[in-house]
Design a protein around this ligand. Structure first.
Ligand SMILES: Cc1cc2nc3c(=O)[nH]c(=O)nc-3n(C[C@H](O)[C@H](O)[C@H](O)COP(=O)(O)OP(=O)(O)OC[C@H]3O[C@@H](n4cnc5c(N)ncnc54)[C@H](O)[C@@H]3O)c2cc1C
Length: 413
């Protein structure tokens, strides 16, 4: 099958070269080599070791995938890639990921929130599995070999590193969010969607959340004012602002819009999932029922006490006032704080060091049946190099596995 007469004698000639030894790169290489043992397969990795993000992922536990087994549901977790991944997920789903690892002796467990981890609770288990499989199927992994240039000569791809050239009939770019590689891909006429961060928390300085880090509300709705961005879910007060799924979802789905706003915008939080008027009615009722009780002391609507007290003070209700004491304006103030409290966001922070990059190779230029470039035959992509990213929960790795598997199958056929 080797079709590279000019370079035949070179040790550096392969049927398939995968650029990047991360999650997507290893997964692709192993699956190509397993499915077609006749192919000579190499991984070129710029660092001294591979799989570095796998190592640190999921707090060192590696959140491999998510227990969502319906493709139509799974895709809703991808702000970029939702439409395009539906077909691929019908080919290689989360259940296939489980089976793939289990066949190789790596059992996965499902946590209450759906995240899946190796039973060992150690990302090293995943790394060991990949290294063993790569060796078993004779994938040549060449470290300290960053690709600096990609050119096509006749039917061969020529990859230039600092010290040598490599030749291959087919290549897979699996370099994650590497700006340098995106620049190289531009020289091959690929369009790169401008990269911006995704998965971050919001910085807010406000006396309503001062000195109460750790306070969490189970189910809030957060809107970014003057946009269509809205999300529902848990909210956590941190030392510097807000975090937890309601915020992370907004950061992912709003990655591009929020970057354009320079991370300077207002959010409106409904802490109790009731409309203003509905809440006001309840407050009026409480005024009757709890007339002699102090408003400040007894939290209502299931809101954590420390947050309730901040919202009461923000409504201009003094600590000593009873429900009977408060007037109509104060009741309305409290209803506003509970159902449409506005906070100013100024800047962002990383979430437990986890982040992904929105942006990358334009999805219009990819054939999603094969993950091959529509512009160049025998050029494939896998993983985060594409303009695909997801919310936190194991979905980003699932993209690496699905794209890697399908690219591998197309190559090996
Ligand atoms: C701290 C942290 C925790 C995370 N935890 C999770 C999690 O638990 N679950 C989840 O689903 N997602 C998680 N993510 C996201 C996930 O790690 C990425 O989506 C995933 O690693 C992408 O895989 P990839 O192979 O496309 O890219 P990468 O894993 O980034 O791999 C790319 C590889 O290419 C190499 N490379 C780059 N340029 C070149 C070049 N020119 N030549 C040769 N090699 C090159 C890099 O050195 C790297 O090894 C986490 C991210 C971070 C930062």
């Amino acid at each position: 099958m080797l079709n590279l007469q000019r370079f035949f004698n070179s040790m550096n000639t392969f049927n398939v070269i995968i650029i990047g030894g991360g999650a997507a790169g290893f997964f692709t290489a192993i699956n190509v080599a397993k499915q077609n043992p006749d192919l000579k397969v190499a991984v070129l990795e710029k660092a001294k070791t591979g799989l570095q993000k796998v190592k640190i992922s999921g707090g060192g536990r590696c959140n491999v995938t998510h227990a969502e087994f319906i493709p139509q549901e799974l895709v809703t977790n991808y702000p970029r890639g939702e439409k395009e991944l539906l077909g691929p997920f019908h080919q290689f789903m989360t259940g296939d990921t489980m089976a793939w690892f289990e066949e190789r002796g790596v059992a996965l467990k499902i946590e209450d929130d759906g995240r899946m981890f190796p039973e060992s609770n150690s990302s090293q288990t995943i790394i060991d599995c990949f290294l063993k499989e790569a060796e078993k199927y004779k994938v040549e992994v060449i470290y300290s070999s960053g690709v600096l240039n990609i050119e096509k000569h006749d039917n061969a791809w020529v990859l230039q590193t600092k010290t040598e050239a490599f030749y291959a009939e087919k290549i897979v770019v699996a370099t994650g969010s590497s700006v340098k590689m995106w620049d190289i891909l531009k020289t091959l006429n690929h369009t790169i969607i401008n990269p911006v961060p995704s998965l971050f928390t919001f910085n807010v300085t406000d006396k309503r959340i001062k000195n109460i880090p750790g306070v969490a509300v189970q189910n809030v709705t957060v809107k970014v004012l003057n946009t269509n961005l809205e999300s529902t879910g848990p909210l956590l007060v941190t030392h510097v602002g807000f975090s937890a799924p309601s915020i992370l979802k907004l950061s992912a789905f709003g990655a591009v819009e929020l970057a354009e706003m320079n991370y300077d915008f207002d959010i409106e939080i409904n802490f109790i999932q009731q409309e203003f008027n509905q809440c006001l009615d309840v407050l009026k009722q409480l005024k009757q029922e709890l007339a002699k009780k102090t408003v400040f002391k007894f939290a209502q609507f299931g809101i954590p006490k420390r947050l309730w007290q901040k919202l009461v003070l923000a409504s201009k209700i003094e600590e000593s006032k009873t429900w009977a004491d408060i007037n109509k304006t104060q009741l309305e103030n409290l209803a506003t704080q509970l159902t449409k409290a506005v906070f100013q966001v100024k800047g962002k922070s990383t979430f437990k060091d986890e982040f992904v990059t929105a942006g990358g190779v334009d999805l219009k230029e990819i054939n999603f049946k094969t993950f091959e470039s529509k512009l160049h035959k025998n050029l494939f992509f896998a993983g985060e190099v594409l303009n695909i990213d997801a919310i936190t929960g194991g979905f980003n790795f699932q993209n690496a596995w699905t794209s890697g598997f399908i690219a591998a199958r197309s190559i090996a056929d």
